[in-house]
Each structure stands twice: as structure tokens, then as C-alpha cells.
Design a protein around this ligand. Structure first.
Ligand SMILES: *Cc1c(COP(=O)(O)O)cnc(C)c1O
Length: 395
């Protein structure tokens, strides 16, 4: 099985993955594990999922040839425009998939945790769409920092519950969400926002996001005559947009996969989120992966100017792609990402999410040939980051 980069039946990618959950949740995870692929393969499920991706999300997202950016880097650069999706990023592909699974499992109540609020908004959106109750746990500090997203969730009908323990941020919100799930395992479905968590979540989320590379293949074939680019570049927080952009190319080793993590104020500054480079093996959110921790195993607070990359772990598939060398892991500092984001504004008239700007920053770190075909997954748009852009560039 040397060349398999997909999960095995127990949810392992090499040495990473698995399902480490409290015993009370074991039946839920077990049921989901038995059902998720079956449900996803049902004709009625596919029909409903594809219809919503088309009419509600606005898929397929365009694959755009960025002419001026290509001239600058002396190669051929295409942008996969996930920024044009409804709600402004790739996250909606996954939350639509999971809400349809929840419905088919007869669940009446959705819970989620959110850090910066993007996943909370994507979850509240699909709950409004389907008329299912939505409870979002969010750290008290994050609630104060991310007022517009809190307002969005409330407008969409969600209940936002502050997590007031510990550092009052994402990991505390996760603890609260898991506590809730343990109390009401029968009727509650937990929507996870990235390729993290216990098996089968990482594989399920990757499958929902795989629509990105499925479309990419078709679009490249049409535009350049081959399905296969030379490079695919994506930013990595938990890893879901990258997992989706890589999915259909994992076994084709000629396609170089580039994952870009947030180096924050610098890899050696003590303030970064470059998980694969700085992380060690451990268990976080129910799976074995690489995570940033102290010598005695305490999780280190991550830092990045981009709220979506500010996560101390990385999905188990990415840990395996890193360890096996199938993907190359680069990183970009706050400054590099902010400049790359501004460059896209000036050269292409597109304001990217700061997460996506990290992927763009990698263009400067690779020696391309002039005929190389490079796809950058533009995971989201920058509207949500305007305040950060304003204070960074003193506009
Ligand atoms: C949440 C988010 C990310 C990071 O999450 P992944 O699971 O690593 O994709 C990246 N880009 C945008 C725009 C986001 O909202």
C-alpha cells in the first residue's frame, strides 16, 4: 500500500489518524463510520448535494487564468476561485455535505465549534437552509474579536454559546461542543469544519471538498488540454481546502503538491502556526497527528495574522503527506502573506482572504519553468479581512 494516501478502514493515513473519543460518543462515531460512504453514494443524496452546490453555492467555481500574475512569475498561473462561492470560501462545500448526512441520520440538532467564526457562519447558513436547530460554541475572547461573524450567525438563527473556560478560544469551544455532544448524543450531529477530528471526519470532509479537484481536472482539460497541472498550491490551517484541491491528484506523483502553512512572525519567533515543521506527534480533537506542543505535551497557542490558519494541529492526512514527502510543506510569514495579498489586488483586481494570500506567497519561493501549469487554490475572499488589511497597511 506504498502509494495510498487515502484513509484505511480504521481511518489511518500511515501512522496518523484513528478515532480517539470518549466512550459515550463511541456509538455515534461508529454509526457515522458505517453509514457515511453508503449515504454519500446514494443517488438521492448525490442529486440533492450536486443541486445545492450548483444553485446555492454557485459551482462550478471558475478556474481563472491570471495573466498579469503569470507574467510577473514567468509561468502559467491559474486561480481556482473558491472565493466566489456563497459565503465567500470553500467551507460551505463541507457544511452542505454534513447537513445532508445529519438529516439522513435523523438528527434534529446541530452543534459546531468555531474560532474566527467562519465555520460557525457556514454551519449556521446550512442550518437555516434546512430548518435545523444550530448551536455554535465559541470562545469568549473570540466572540469579542469577531463581532461581525457573531452577528451573522445570530441573523441566520443560530445560538452562539460562549466558552468561558481556559484561554477562552477555539480549543475551549471544542471542549464545550464535545461536552454538549456527550449530553445529547442521540439527536445531535457535530459538524466539524476541517479535515480534523476522529475518523471518519477527516475522510468525509476531504470527500466533500474533493469537488474542487474534480472540477479542476475538467477545467484544465478544457483550457490547456491536460487534466494535470505541474503544481497545486494551497494554504493549510486544518487542511480542508488543500485536501480538496489535492484529492484527485494524490496518486499521480507527477503533480507536485505544495501545502503552505502560516509562519506568523517567523518560524523561530515562537509565534507561528507552522504545524508540520514545528509539530510533534500527539492526539488532538480525537486523532493522532502532528501538533505544536511543549516538551511535556501541553498544546502551544498558535499564532498567525490569519484567523483561519491559527490552529495548533493539522489533519492526519496532511501529517502523512508531510512525513511521506508526497506534498512539500512551505510556509509564509504574516508580512509575506500580506504583501502577496496586496499584489493580487493590484495585478488581478481580486482581494483574497489572508489565508489564501499565504498560498500566493509561495509563488515567490518556487522556481517555475515558463511552461509550467500552476494552480493556486484561492480558498476565500478578503471582505472578512478588511479590518486587518486596513490596520496593516494604514489605509
Ligand atoms: C477556514 C479557512 C481556511 C483554513 O482551513 P482549511 O481547513 O485548512 O482549508 C483557509 N482559507 C479560508 C478562506 C478559510 O476560511
Amino acid at each position: 500500500m506504498k502509494n495510498s494516501y487515502q484513509a484505511d478502514k480504521n481511518g489511518y493515513y500511515g501512522e496518523f489518524g484513528g478515532a480517539f473519543v470518549p466512550e459515550m460518543l463511541y456509538p455515534n462515531i461508529e454509526k457515522l463510520k458505517q453509514e457515511y460512504i453508503k449515504i454519500m453514494q446514494e443517488v438521492s443524496f448525490q442529486k440533492e448535494f450536486q443541486q445545492l452546490l450548483k444553485d446555492y453555492v454557485g459551482r462550478p467555481s471558475p478556474l481563472y487564468y491570471a495573466k498579469r500574475l503569470s507574467e510577473k512569475y514567468k509561468t502559467k498561473i491559474y486561480l481556482k476561485r473558491e472565493d466566489l462561492n456563497h459565503t465567500g470560501a470553500h467551507k460551505i462545500n463541507n457544511t452542505i455535505g454534513q447537513i445532508l448526512i445529519a438529516k439522513r441520520l435523523g438528527k434534529k440538532r446541530i452543534i459546531a465549534e468555531t474560532g474566527a467564526g467562519q465555520h460557525g457562519v457556514a454551519t449556521a447558513t446550512v442550518c437555516a437552509l434546512t430548518g435545523i436547530e444550530c448551536i455554535v460554541y465559541m470562545g469568549e475572547i473570540d466572540i469579542a474579536r469577531q463581532a461581525p461573524n457573531v452577528a451573522r450567525m445570530k441573523m441566520l438563527g443560530a445560538t452562539v454559546i460562549p466558552a468561558t473556560s481556559g484561554s477562552k478560544t477555539l480549543k475551549d469551544a471544542t471542549n464545550e461542543a464535545i461536552r454538549d455532544w456527550i449530553n445529547k448524543p442521540e439527536d445531535t450531529f457535530y459538524i466539524i469544519g476541517s479535515v480534523v477530528g476522529p475518523h471518519p471526519y477527516p475522510d468525509m470532509v476531504a470527500r466533500f471538498q474533493s469537488v474542487i479537484s474534480e472540477e479542476m481536472k475538467r477545467q484544465l482539460k478544457e483550457k490547456v488540454g491536460t487534466e494535470n497541472p505541474n503544481y497545486i498550491i494551497a494554504c493549510v490551517g486544518g487542511g480542508s481546502n488543500a485536501a480538496g484541491a489535492f484529492f484527485h491528484y494524490l496518486e499521480n506523483e507527477k503533480v507536485k503538491l505544495i501545502a503552505v502553512e502560516a509562519a506568523g512572525k517567523g518560524i523561530n519567533s515562537g509565534e507561528s502556526a507552522a504545524t508540520s515543521l514545528l509539530g510533534k506527534e500527539g492526539v488532538i480533537h480525537g486523532s493522532r497527528t502532528l501538533l505544536m506542543q511543549t516538551n511535556d505535551g501541553q498544546i502551544t497557542e498558535p499564532y498567525s495574522i490569519s484567523a483561519g490558519l491559527d490552529y495548533p494541529g493539522v489533519g492526519p492526512q496532511h501529517a502523512h503527506l508531510f512525513k511521506s514527502g508526497r506534498a512539500k510543506f512551505l510556509n509564509a510569514t504574516d508580512e509575506e502573506a500580506m504583501q502577496a495579498g496586496l499584489e493580487l489586488c493590484k495585478l488581478e483586481g481580486i482581494i483574497p482572504a489572508i489565508e489564501s494570500a499565504h498560498a500566493l506567497a509561495a509563488l515567490d519561493k518556487i522556481e517555475f519553468k515558463k511552461d509550467d501549469i500552476v494552480v493556486v487554490n484561492l480558498s476565500g475572499r478578503g471582505d472578512k479581512d478588511l479590518d486587518t488589511y486596513i490596520s496593516y497597511f494604514n489605509y
